[in-house]
Write a protein of this length. Structure first.
Lengths: 115, 109
């Protein structure tokens, strides 16, 4: 089946630094990818929709200048958490839908810890 | 009204029992529906798709009621390994994927 690869699976960074998370669709082209965040014991919350070749669409309450999304190719979307702070520590996960429809496929997720 | 609503639980169910979850969605134009399972600190994994005609996979049965805008998941003969969080997922017309908050299930030995 279709595979979405996310990297890194975990990262620890110092407060104030930036962290980039990659999401790749390995065997299909994804014009749209989604980025989610999940805090402990809470649900997955959609942060933004990443559109290839255009600006991402952010959900209400998500700072677009803090969470930079780049969907430069049909197989790669990146999420950069800029000037990370401890409150940004969370589980970030991406998903992508194949162009032929059906269900979305998820990356493995990235556990970010900001110290 | 929230886009996708689920009872958060937890549901504490003895092994071998039958348990059912419901999920309601607000957007009548939603196009596809899924149940995902998420284990602690792991990514969600597809359990099954949900169709109006119903969908059965072994001990799991999913149903969609478009008129009432809800979907259900039934687990029969529950196993200890069924303990997880079950996420209701709705795909709207714009391909946006919306998750419910999840229902936690604990199967008790």
């Amino acid at each position: 089946g279709a595979v979405v690869s996310q990297h890194p699976s975990w990262v620890i960074c110092k407060s104030g630094t930036s962290v980039k998370i990659e999401c790749r669709s390995l065997d299909f082209q994804a014009t749209t990818m989604f980025w989610y965040r999940q805090f402990p014991k809470q649900s997955l919350m959609l942060m933004a929709t990443s559109n290839e070749g255009s600006k991402a669409t952010y959900e209400q309450g998500v700072e677009k200048d803090k969470f930079l999304i780049n969907h430069a190719s049909l197989t790669l979307s990146t999420l950069t958490v800029t000037s990370a702070h401890p409150e940004d520590s969370s589980f970030y996960i991406c998903s992508a839908k194949p162009p032929y429809g059906g269900r979305a496929f998820f990356g493995q997720g990235t556990r970010l810890t900001v110290v | 009204r929230k886009e996708v609503e689920q009872d958060p639980g937890p549901f504490n169910v003895p092994e071998g029992a039958t348990v059912a979850f419901n999920c309601t969605y607000s957007n009548s134009a939603s196009q596809s529906f899924f149940w995902y399972r998420q284990d602690c600190r792991k990514e969600p994994k597809l359990l099954m798709s949900v169709y109006s005609s119903g969908n059965e996979d072994g001990r799991f049965t999913a149903q969609l009621n478009r008129a009432s805008q809800y979907i259900s998941l039934l687990i029969r003969d529950s196993k200890l390994s069924d303990s997880a969080t079950y996420l209701c997922v709705v795909n709207d017309r714009d391909d946006k994927i919306i998750f419910g908050k999840g229902t936690r299930l604990h199967i008790l030995p």
